[in-house]
Design a protein around this ligand. Sequence first.
Ligand code: AMP
Length: 539
Amino acid sequence: MLGLMMDQQLLVNQIIDHAARYHSDTQIVSVNTDGGQFRYDYGSAHSNILKLASSLIKLGLKKSDRVATIAWNNHRHFETYYAISGGGMVCHTLNPRLFPEQLIYIINHAEDKALFFDKTFLPLVEGVRKHLKTVEHFVLLEDTDNALRESNPWLSFYDELLAEGDENYSWPDNIEERDACSLCYTSGTTGNPKGVLYSHRSTLIHAMMSATPDVMNFSARDCLLPVVPMFHVNAWGTPYAAPMVGAKLVLPGPGLDGESLTKLFLAEKVTISAGVPTIWGGLLDYLDASNIKLPDMQRTIVGGSACPPAMLDRFRDDYGIEVLHAWGMTELSPLGTVNNLKNKHLELSADELRDLRILQGRPPFGIELGIFDEDANQLPNDGKSQGDLYCRGPWVVSEYFAGEGGDPLVNGWFPTGDVATLDEDGFMCIRDRSKDIIKSGGEWISSVDLENLAMGHPDIADAAVIAVLHPKWDERPLLLVVGKAGIQLDEASLLQYYEGKVAKWWIPDAVKIVDEIPRNATGKIRKNILREAHGNALM
Ligand code: AMP
């Protein structure tokens, strides 16, 4: 027997319809590429979105066509998200930090039909344009600029598309919840990037779940500033979750340095934010140096790579800001776990709480995690057994776009490539990427733990720990560090710093002082490059 309830499809455009209907005057503040500010509300954003969607159809774009964006977090980018997906096309966000060759590969692989981009990226687009096989429309996310048009006749201008649009446009009625709505490529450090194709349904339920109190905890009382870029796994779904609950939205544009963020946090009374650890390091240093507090800021979601415990302490002790440590992946839309306490934890001592809060957290409803050994046997959730982290749920990838890389699943689970432990409450602790873990004399050493400790050293600005070959132990840890400006690092004392903090045999065998730790387009350490350069340091 079927239930007798309305059969309404779960579509991304319903989010912005809802925001316009019930949160019409809630503000969106956007920093433009030239640094100026633009301020409007969900009601006005909605009418722009309808106009743009109608113009996209007039351009000849059809259902399921991929429409790419290369843009900062700003209001026009926000509008493209909804106009493209709502109109039935697929919003393909591109990371401008990729090498041009990777961008060309990805755009051609996705067969993007149109490309919307910010002025900052005009030189980048000019450089790759002649290699793009399928792009028919290049749209600058700006008002009309006649001088630019003269020198670049191939360009269209976003505001012209809006002006030609129809605000009485109604969404197409042939879109179903399992249709694709957006596309992101993984930042893979090896091999070709792979496309993860999200559906309306997966995006909508991911957003619903992320807004709940034990996940990101967004409400209509919040003012959210997503620092995480809209080109990195859809800014962790925040451009969907914020309008869904009617939170005020502050889109920070290109200025993600400590000073620019602090000004915005203060002026807009931001209550919640989200971003990777590197960004927060810059913010905390700026706040410390300028002796500024952020009285409205309550919490921030930190993920993308492990949050160093020292960062969590600084946020809490010096600024009264709660860090919600989260773990996710492009293949998970991206949310996998968030660290929020349970009722039984309210009695814990400060030290016990500190140990718990630094874990990557536990999965929300919708995500199931498992730890597996090398033969795909499931291990117990005892907080000790360490193995490959597998995952399944309605917002987890089942296949990569265009079948790239073959079937990613093992017995219906998605192997994440992370090595982790999981306790009986589902609290997960990432020990490493499976290919980065250090195996010394048959025992595992977590490079993440050693990096976290190094980042707590007052003189260290950045650190990486890699496995290097060793004649006796097969592999041993090597610490690579960048010192803070003007500081002369002493290698022996850096190693002494580990004493008493980890087992003796975990202490790295050597330290190398370097100018920079290489990172990929999403800020992750490129350990393969470090291993190539230093892999024989102990042989
Ligand atoms: P991406 O698909 O680019 O978002 O990368 C996903 C990978 O980032 C995960 O598989 C983890 O290795 C890493 N990652 C994300 N969040 C965390 C975290 N909180 N702690 C440790 N690693 C993380």
